[in-house]
Design a protein around this ligand. Structure first.
Ligand code: CO
Length: 458
């Protein structure tokens, strides 16, 4: 059995080589392709889907037409046309309407290199055409009957991943809107936003209005059929939201109506939630308040941070969007209103909330620390110096809140307002690099004493 390659993968986008050697190896590969296809419960499989960029495919739609192997296939006659839904083993969960010839005659070879002619119609013909497209690096999503002009609006890495998947799935992204470039890092270098970088790499025009509220005509001139936004960073005016015929949708990193607002990943971890997720919804002129189209749940593990959840949610969100779009375009989704009584908010993290207040419980502090890792990062103070805390271990121990109750080889242990103390194991002292607890204890940690208090000065 082979493992079927899934999008995005370059092997699915290649022009495959003709087969010239008809040996035992080829026969074996074809047998294994049939096994794999049956195992995955598919009706067709092309060699690039098992990572072999050669012109071989297998099809078995029903027992009347039987299993068919296609080697160097070519369509020599075609007639009629039919639109029907298709799916692909390389894009699990994704279906959409594609127009195909109704009847075809294919000239092909068998595993011994003998010429064969195959007449096919209906679903059998569709499956053959789908597999033959794979040999030319074409996916069925490239051929969806409704091919909306998509404008993508987004800014950070979370949105860049989503844009990449939308492009890879074959959608026609006619423009990208992103926040203006900003200076980043210590050198204050002007850098393009992650979304802009993806757009430029695919030769997609980029708009960066300072205020989309006033400066939106260029976007409307792109004549979008669909607007997709993900962490764009500005409120989009109603006149823009109402322009596309398939509407404007948003990918939001929470299970709405929980955690509307700008920091849903942070807040879910800070609150000690054990699951969160991604919601795709229509955009309206109120923050994250639109009707919901689809959702996916993602668990939050005990040691997850904003950083790890960001990666998980970004992948899940992109996937969910690719699954949702064909249904949205086909009009088969029923939007669901958000229950107002369940609404909660996740405002952007203010400076004040980064500070660790050791009178709170160890559990709350633990969640606050990982809910701010890697940005903006929680902190306490040592004397007048700031000490950033990126991670801590929960250990048993009591004392006056903020008091150092033990100095272990891998970190100082601080008492909290509960019976769970925190061993600081990932820190950054003022003017130094981020380091683990062991490194800290060999340096700054040497100056600490048991009974000393942290966090006494702002
Ligand atoms: Co396929």
């Amino acid at each position: 059995m082979y493992k079927v390659v899934e999008v995005p993968n370059d092997v699915l986008r290649q022009q495959c080589q003709r087969v010239t050697k008809f040996d035992k190896k080829l026969g074996k590969m074809i047998d294994r392709m049939f096994d794999t296809m049956y195992e995955y419960d598919g009706v067709g499989l092309a060699a690039p889907q098992i990572n072999q960029p050669i012109r071989v495919a297998v099809v078995h739609t029903d027992d009347e037409t039987g299993p068919v192997e296609l080697i160097n296939p070519e369509i020599i006659e075609a007639s009629g046309s039919e639109i029907d839904d298709e799916g692909c083993l390389s894009m699990p969960g994704i279906f959409g309407p594609v127009e195909r010839f109704e009847q075809i005659v294919v000239k092909s070879q068998d595993r011994l290199g003998r010429n064969v002619k195959i007449k096919a119609n209906g679903f059998f013909a569709r499956a053959i055409q789908h597999e033959m497209d794979h040999l030319d690096g074409i996916l069925f999503t490239d051929k969806l009957v409704e091919k909306p002009r998509v404008v993508f609006m987004g800014t950070p890495e979370f949105a860049a991943n989503t844009l990449r998947e939308v492009i890879d799935a074959g959608y026609d992204v006619v423009g990208v809107v992103s926040q203006p470039d900003k200076p980043v890092g210590r050198k204050r270098e002007i850098k393009p936003t992650p979304v802009k970088e993806v757009a430029l790499a695919h030769d997609i025009p980029v708009l960066q209005p300072i205020k989309i509220r006033e400066d939106y005509q260029a976007l409307l001139d792109l004549k979008p059929d669909l607007i997709i936004t993900a962490a764009y960073g500005q409120i989009v005016p109603t006149v823009v939201l109402e322009a596309p015929r398939f509407g404007a949708i948003n990918v939001h990193a929470s299970l709405l109506p929980k955690y509307r607002g700008g920091a849903p990943i942070h807040q879910a971890i800070i609150d000690g939630e054990t699951e969160t997720g991604v919601t795709i919804m229509y955009m309206v002129d109120r923050l994250d308040a639109g009707d919901m189209l689809s959702k996916i749940i993602v668990p939050i593990e005990e040691r997850d941070t904003v950083g790890t959840m960001f990666d998980k949610l970004s992948a899940a969100g992109a996937r969910l969007l690719i699954e949702t779009l064909p249904q949205l375009i086909a009009g088969t989704l029923t939007p669901e209103a958000q229950q107002e009584e369940d609404v909660t908010f996740s405002p952007n993290i203010s400076r004040e909330r980064e500070r660790l207040d050791f009178s709170r419980s160890g559990e709350d502090l633990y969640n606050q620390i990982r809910g701010m890792n890697p940005f903006p990062s929680a902190y306490t103070t040592l004397g007048t110096d700031r000490l950033k805390v990126y991670f801590a271990e929960k250990v048993p121990g009591t004392g006056t809140p903020g008091e150092i109750i033990a100095l272990e080889a891998d970190g100082p242990v601080i008492a909290t307002g509960s019976e769970i103390a925190l061993k600081l194991t990932d820190l950054q002292p003022a003017g130094k690099k981020r380091m683990d607890g062991t490194t800290f204890m060999r340096g700054v940690g040497q100056t600490l004493t048991i009974g000393q208090k942290v966090g006494e000065q702002a």
